[in-house]
Design a protein around this ligand. Structure first.
Ligand code: HPA
Length: 268
């Protein structure tokens, strides 16, 4: 049994359902945890060998139960590369959700806007990503039982899930943009020159997570949906970026993103 399987087995022994959908709650989305019925909480610190999230605003536990009758597992808090973990450790929690049975994983995050048509509070459906500025989580010996050595990445974010999300946004009158997300390592926010470079490279928003998780899940053949809340603008005369302001805007947008997720769960 691999270490990942041992971790999955530990979580499996605590929960009574086989999750169909995994959800990673980024900044501001903690409230979605209240929608889980018959919730079982599994702190990361209870799982032997598991990385523990230290980022502010990130709780550090799995939550498993049902939403609208659909068995789900949520990550309330993720692991970031800037905390000092390896990329393999960073993607461990999403890989475990996949091993537990999640065929689809919804990744959410807060990010900085690079597309000038965005503003703080814009919700963006991630259509593709750039990870060239962060190490790959697939570096190292490949576990062939998870996925192939040289995985295709031509369509990481599932098109039909994106269509379902857009249809839900339209039904609910929620503005939803499309865009490309670039992952940087952090923890420092980008300089204006870096932001201009990322925009020139084709990115619409920048953040410190998500793309590595999407890559690891796609490696495992899982379907991925990415939803990003633009919390601050990195392009133009946008002033300084603070973690507090990011959290404030993410909290404000959290209800809209939560409404989207609650609506699509039964349609996936
Ligand atoms: N940069 C990186 N990560 C972020 C940002 C940003 O501007 N905003 C929210 N997360």
């Amino acid at each position: 049994m691999t270490e990942l399987e041992r971790m999955a087995e530990h979580v499996r022994s605590k929960i009574s359902i086989t999750p169909k959908i995994g959800i990673v709650l980024g900044s501001g989305l903690g409230k979605l945890a209240d929608s889980v019925e018959n919730a079982v909480h599994i702190p990361y610190s209870d799982i032997p060998g598991f990385p523990v999230s230290t980022a502010e605003g990130h709780k550090g536990e799995y939550l498993s139960g049902t939403i609208h009758g659909v068995p789900v597992i949520l990550m309330n808090g993720r692991i970031h590369y800037y905390e000092g973990y390896t990329m393999q450790q960073v993607v461990t929690p999403v890989r475990v959700m996949a091993l537990l049975g999640a065929q689809t994983v919804i990744l959410t995050n807060a990010s900085g806007g690079l597309n000038t048509s965005f503003s703080p509070g814009t919700i963006m459906c991630i259509t593709d990503h750039i990870t060239s500025f962060a190490p790959s989580p697939l570096i190292g010996s490949n576990d062939d039982t998870l996925g192939t050595r040289f995985p295709d990445m031509s369509c990481v974010y599932d098109v039909s899930l994106r269509d379902i999300l857009h249809a839900s946004a339209q039904r609910q009158g929620i503005d939803l943009a499309d865009g490309i997300y670039i992952q940087i390592t952090g923890p420092a926010f980008e300089t204006p020159a870096e932001s201009r470079m990322y925009a020139m490279l084709g990115a619409d928003s920048v953040g410190m997570s998500t793309a590595c998780e999407a890559m690891a899940l796609h490696h495992m053949g899982r379907k991925v949906l990415g939803i990003s809340c633009i919390t601050d603008m990195c392009i133009g005369n946008s002033g300084i970026t603070t973690h507090e302001e990011i959290q404030r805007i993410a909290d404000l947008a959290g209800d809209r993103i939560g409404a989207l997720i609650l609506d699509i769960i039964g349609r996936i």
